[in-house]
Design a protein around this ligand. Structure first.
Ligand code: ADP
Ligand code: TRP
Length: 321
């Protein structure tokens, strides 16, 4: 089974990215083959500052490695190092109905938020489909909001196969239901675009302050509360072990305790949870040559596979490779 996923370097990764997507990458790297990449070409649809894009890309690599992505088990690379995927994107584009892309909520959301409606943003799911199909991926671990893009990829692959003969494997999205929508500091879905994120590696002191300022509901402290519906409890659940979580749930049900206590528990548990990763990140920052080597090896390995699938697609649709 081959696993593949990509993540955009549009800012420092936050708890939502980790529990929705990155944690799955790390679990799944023990499968037969795993490919993970930093989607810098996708980020180009929104980041127009070259230095910022470059720095974000490096930060994303360091974050993933620090969080446990192991280059001896998984192939880690930068999207733009594999030009074959952009070439495949064009082959797919020519058979992609406009209506399929018009239905994509992420495009509509971004434009509604005031982003310029450029062609890259509109055709974003086709490049994503190429990214997936070019590695013959079976499983694509993502957060809930990316499921539609994987379904679009399946549609595109299916119609290519139908028209030109069996060429692509149809991939399946994989979502961790329990953490498909990690809440942010305002209780809404945590997202860079809502300015409500808690970044994984932000310095501990300001991070703790931020946690203590997470919005709470207005019910009096004394009232018993249903834990599952509270976003603070949901955040705590990301970090706590089963016994601690059970104990916290009982406190909610009994009432008479303050939200400050849950916030403190979240701050303590998250500090412990990411302590090793923080230390590892510092070590990695001091090893630029090693990072270059990891990315070079990753790109070589990914390109081999990509060239093979691109050739298959070129043969199928009658263009010369
Ligand atoms: P953002 O919404 O902050 O811009 P991205 O869209 O770059 O994040 O998401 C990168 C990955 O992280 C995707 O697979 C996405 O589904 C997942 N993800 C993002 N935010 C959350 C969240 N709050 N809960 C669960 N998964 C998330
Ligand atoms: N669109 C994804 C996101 O915003 C990133 C991405 C690009 C991706 N190509 C991919 C995810 C291929 C999975 C598979 O998070």
């Amino acid at each position: 089974m081959r696993v593949l996923s990509g993540i955009q370097p549009t800012g420092r990764f936050h708890w939502g990215n980790y529990f929705g997507a990155i944690r799955q990458y790390i679990e799944l790297q023990n499968e037969d083959e795993a490919y993970y990449f930093i989607a810098n070409l996708h980020a180009l649809t929104t980041i127009r500052e070259p230095k910022e894009l470059q720095q974000n890309t490096l930060d994303a690599v360091l974050d993933l490695l620090a969080l446990g992505l192991d280059p001896d088990r998984a192939t880690l690379f930068i999207q733009s190092d594999i030009p074959e995927a952009s070439e495949l994107c064009w082959l797919l584009m020519s058979g992609t109905p406009m209506g399929l892309l018009e239905r994509c909520v992420s495009y509509k959301d971004k434009v509604a938020k005031g982003l310029a409606a450029n062609a890259g943003l509109f055709t974003y799911p086709v490049l994503q489909a190429a990214d997936i199909l070019i590695y013959d991926a079976d499983i694509v671990p993502v957060g809930q909001d990316q499921v539609q893009h994987v379904e679009v990829c399946r549609d595109i692959a299916q119609s290519f196969n139908h028209h030109f003969g069996e060429t692509f494997i149809l991939p399946k999205p994989r979502v961790l239901e329990a953490t498909a929508k990690v809440p942010g500091t305002d209780g809404e879905k945590m997202s860079k675009s809502y300015d409500n994120t808690i970044e994984i590696f932000e310095p501990l002191k300001p991070q703790r302050k931020k946690i203590m300022r997470v919005t709470t509901d207005s019910r009096p402290m004394e009232d018993p509360k249903e834990p599952e519906s509270d976003h603070l409890y949901q955040l705590y659940a990301c970090f706590a072990n089963q016994a601690d979580l059970e104990a916290m749930a009982n406190k909610y049900r009994a009432g008479g305790f303050g939200y400050g206590e849950v916030k403190k528990a979240i701050a303590d548990a998250s500090e412990d949870y990411f302590a090793e990763a923080r230390a590892r990140r510092e070590e990695l920052e001091a090893q630029p040559d090693r990072i270059r080597e990891i990315l070079g090896d990753g790109a070589n390995c990914a390109r081999k596979k990509a060239a093979e699938v691109l050739r298959r697609a070129q043969d199928a649709c009658g263009v010369k490779g």
